[in-house]
Design a binder for this molecule. Structure first.
Ligand SMILES: [Ca+2]
Ligand SMILES: [Ca+2]
Ligand SMILES: [Ca+2]
Length: 473
């Protein structure tokens, strides 16, 4: 850790500074044609779970033809003026300054995006729906990847949640489609999503591998520090200190995130059939099924998707066996894959909640629309009745407005997710996410942006609030 510390302090920052200047110079010299450059800077304050930070950030965004890159170089300071060092203390932190890098656009023969992922849905969504790796941004930054390749009758999509977790791996997913021309023109899809270790979602502020809630020496490397104590006072001496309660039991340290390793895998299959494929609209019917390994199976059939220009709508009937959850990898997945269970007084995985899920059936429907790239709205609704009579509803809604439509409003976005609630909107059930962002122009190239989000778990909210003055130059 020491060496990477020095690396970031003495080497990485100058490299980044040089990179920005290098990227900025050709832009200012030749800012037309296929080249688009925006330079944004911001100063502001962020409240991340009750802790105040001041920040300065510099956010260049460059696009050249199909290529685009955006960086976010922020310095966060706490109220004592200390830099938030977890942003800069590891070599991997450098990579996290990349907001995104992309080539092409979704639906192109080749599309790739790394960095912050905008909501990703795999196929018809029974396994992964509107997953994002940036739900806690900017307090937690993850650099992931989404890729699409379409060639002839074959299509491939892959998703990586976080490159930092690639070793285990963390969340990875893939979809392969094949267009068959039998009696009917079918599109068959195979889907797989795998989280190699759900415990990677546990917070570990001091990076010693032991989750915060179990950590015995906060801010220190538990394993290294225990070794030091034993070297200093000897094993017998250390044992005496443990016995009298002067130090925690350093001979039986809590398990690390690696020790706790617990994967979850969901596999799926779908078949789609175009009923109408006209110039201005299309109607597809589909059926999809998924199996959570070691748990239950779910089917959605029949399903219908209608698209007409920028409008689309869909609906499906869902039949879930027991121990199955649809849209398992959803918007709040990164915060729900592992959580602290107060009653059990231990960390628990999202997977373990499947144990108590009865079978269920019901409907799911969605609708979305964009107007000239300026307004975007999307909503989905689910109503399931469980074996035993209980019924729950789920909703996802989002809306966005780009600048230029309403005077002075440079942007407006809002989203709401409540995956599974007995009563919609009234309670803040697990996985509920509420967020909004509004930008107001106060002068030429200067706007105030207010960004607020709450992510609910165990009835408690993780709140991330940012207010900034953003400059475009
Ligand atoms: Ca720790
Ligand atoms: Ca520790
Ligand atoms: Ca498992």
């Amino acid at each position: 850790m020491r060496s990477s510390n020095a690396f970031s302090r003495y080497i990485a920052f100058p490299i980044l500074a040089a990179l920005i200047i290098f990227l900025a110079i050709p832009g200012s010299a030749n800012a037309n044609g296929g080249l688009g450059i925006t330079m944004n800077g911001a100063v502001g304050a962020s409240v991340i779970n009750g802790v105040n930070y001041q920040f300065f950030s510099f956010r260049p965004d460059i696009s050249i033809g199909k290529f685009g890159i955006g960086l976010d170089l922020s310095l966060y300071f706490d109220s004592d003026g200390n830099i938030r060092k977890e942003d800069w203390d590891q070599t991997a932190d450098i990579v996290e300054k990349i907001y995104y890098v992309r080539w092409g656009l979704p639906g192109d023969p080749f599309y790739i995006r790394a960095g912050n992922l905008s909501p990703v849905t795999l196929g018809y969504g029974l396994i992964m729906r509107r997953y994002t790796n940036s739900i806690e941004w900017p307090s937690v930054r993850r650099v992931g990847m989404q890729m699409e390749v379409h060639t002839g009758s074959v299509g491939v999509e892959t998703v990586i949640g976080n490159f930092r977790e690639l070793e285990s791996p963390g969340l990875v997913a893939a979809r392969v489609t094949y267009d068959l021309d039998l009696i009917l023109p079918l599109r068959v899809g195979l889907n797989a999503a795998h989280d190699g270790n759900q415990y990677l979602g546990a917070k570990d502020e001091d990076n010693d591998g032991i989750p915060d809630r179990n950590d015995v020496f906060h801010g220190k490397d538990d394993i290294e520090f225990s070794r030091q104590i034993r070297a200093e006072v000897g094993d017998a001496g250390a044992q005496r200190l443990v016995d009298i309660g002067a130090i925690p039991d350093i001979f039986n340290l809590p398990p690390t995130i690696k020790d706790l390793k617990d994967p979850v895998t969901v596999l799926g299959l779908d078949v789609g059939l175009p009923l109408i494929q006209a110039e201005i609209f299309s109607l597809w019917t589909y059926a999809q099924a998924a199996q959570i390994i070691d748990y239950g199976m779910g089917i959605a059939a029949p399903g219908l998707v209608f698209t007409m220009g920028p409008f689309h709508a869909g609906a499906e009937y869902r039949i879930f066996g027991k121990h199955f959850r649809g849209d398992y990898f959803d918007m709040s997945y990164e915060t729900s894959r592992v959580f602290w269970d107060e009653a059990l007084d231990s960390l628990r995985t999202k997977e373990s909640l499947l144990d108590s899920l009865p079978s269920a059936n019901g409907i799911w429907a969605d609708m979305g629309m964009t107007f000239f790239g300026l307004v975007e709205i999307y909503g989905s609704y689910q109503n399931m009745s469980y074996d035993g009579g209980e019924s729950t509803q789920g909703v996802y809604a989002s809306g966005g407005l780009k600048g230029g439509l309403i005077p002075k409003i440079t942007k407006a976005e809002a989203y709401f997710q409540q995956p599974d609630a007995k009563e919609l909107f009234s309670t803040t059930s697990d996985g509920t996410v509420i967020g909004y962002k509004v930008g107001y122009e106060i002068g030429q190239g200067v706007s105030i942006i207010y960004d607020n989000k709450s992510i609910y778990h165990n009835g408690k909210a993780t709140k991330i609030m940012t207010i900034e003055t953003a400059l475009t130059f």
